[in-house]
Design a protein around this ligand. Structure first.
Ligand code: IMP
Ligand code: MG
Length: 186
């Protein structure tokens, strides 16, 4: 599998360090939130499958907080490309999420369509707050204009795989975030 790698963009050690920092920031913000209201903390993470699976697993083990997971799936494309198509959302988001502090977790912020749609949907369910956490964000106007409270790394506008991100369903298990050689993407 390694022979398809063109370049390692972010290696596993850099990812681990940044995930730990992000978790620290989330925990501190959440504790401040909870303390200011004197309310019982109810943190609900909404991970978007399947791309966020590895990021999620690493992130939550660095979060020393009471939290619950509410996994959803969004398919914004059927094949290999990342553009076009309808958004299909599936999962079990409760209709009533009143009082919950919700943090959406995704692998990458690209066009922003996915996160904008999910965030809008959650905001209508009586939540106390809704925020977004992504490992990667592409340095393109649409991504930079989409609200995201926690961003791991801003990257160039390249198609990347690994650490959960796929090409046609493959390469999610590569431990680093990498670009693929041209011949691997056809
Ligand atoms: P959006 O364009 O911001 O809605 O991103 C939609 C989804 O496309 C992300 O959650 C990823 O699953 C996928 N995606 C976007 N860019 C990449 C990429 O560079 N590699 C792999 N998946 C990507
Ligand atoms: Mg995704």
């Amino acid at each position: 599998m390694e022979q398809v790698i063109e370049r390692v963009l972010i290696d596993r050690r850099a990812i681990a360090g940044r995930v730990e920092e992000m978790a620290g920031q989330i925990a501190a913000d959440f504790r401040a939130h909870a303390a200011s209201n004197g309310e019982p903390p109810a943190l609900v993470l909404v991970p978007i499958m399947t791309g966020s699976i590895i990021f999620l697993a690493d992130l939550i083990r660095e979060l020393p907080l009471m939290l619950r997971l509410n996994v959803i799936s969004v398919n914004s494309y059927t094949g290999k490309a990342t553009v076009g198509g309808e958004l299909t959302i599936s999962g079990n988001l409760p209709e009533d999420m009143s009082g919950a502090h919700v943090l959406i977790v995704d692998d990458i912020l690209d066009s922003g369509r996915t996160l904008t749609a999910i965030r809008g949907m959650i905001a209508q369910r009586g939540v106390a707050s809704v925020g977004t956490c992504v490992l990667l964000r592409k340095r393109i106007p649409s991504a930079m204009a989409t609200p995201a409270e926690y961003v791991g790394f801003d990257i160039e506008d390249r198609f990347v795989v690994g650490y959960g991100l796929d090409y046609d369903g493959y390469y999610r298990n590569l431990p680093d975030v990498v670009t693929l050689k041209q011949e691997a993407m056809r």
